[in-house]
Design a protein around this ligand. Structure first.
Ligand SMILES: Cc1cc2nc3c(=O)[nH]c(=O)nc-3n(C[C@H](O)[C@H](O)[C@H](O)COP(=O)(O)OP(=O)(O)OC[C@H]3O[C@@H](n4cnc5c(N)ncnc54)[C@H](O)[C@@H]3O)c2cc1C
Length: 110
């Protein structure tokens, strides 16, 4: 159980992120990365002795799913509808976000 600042309930300086948290949203890796942004900011603020009102808060995300169907097609479930074929395929199926992940980690494209 975590509060809106991603702290484990009942603890001032223990944070939790990812699938282990009880946040009313789908358990997904890209949401775990959003948790990281909040916790990184809050850890820094905590270390700096900042007032709690300055802490970042996490808001549960809407359900989004992107599934690849081969190299060119896919299906996307978004809050306003579900889409098939080329468009979701262009977003995810070409490299399954490997390129984006490598760039995020500061690695060269393959
Ligand atoms: C089949 C599948 C497909 C998925 N596809 C996607 C996708 O396309 N996009 C997306 O965003 N998300 C996807 N997810 C979800 C994504 O994998 C998780 O949301 C993400 O991995 C959560 O990260 P985490 O660090 O919280 O937990 P985990 O990745 O589960 O990491 C927890 C780690 O803790 C270790 N551990 C457990 N117990 C202990 C212990 N007692 N001591 C030490 N270590 C321990 C585990 O071995 C594991 O390595 C998918 C999940 C599955 C199962």
């Amino acid at each position: 159980m975590v509060d809106e600042k991603s702290r484990v309930k009942g603890h001032n300086n223990i944070f939790a992120i990812g699938d282990i948290t009880y946040v009313p949203e789908v358990k997904q890796g890209f949401l775990a990365q959003k948790h990281v942004s909040v916790v990184a900011k809050n850890l820094k603020l905590l270390i700096d002795g900042a007032a709690e009102k300055k802490f970042a808060t996490y808001k549960a995300s809407s359900n989004i799913a992107l599934v690849s169907l081969g190299r060119k097609e896919g299906v996307a479930q978004l809050p306003f509808g579900t889409f098939f074929r080329c468009l979701p395929g262009m977003i995810k199926s070409t490299d399954l976000f490997v390129g984006k992940t490598r760039r995020t980690l500061g690695l060269k494209a393959e």
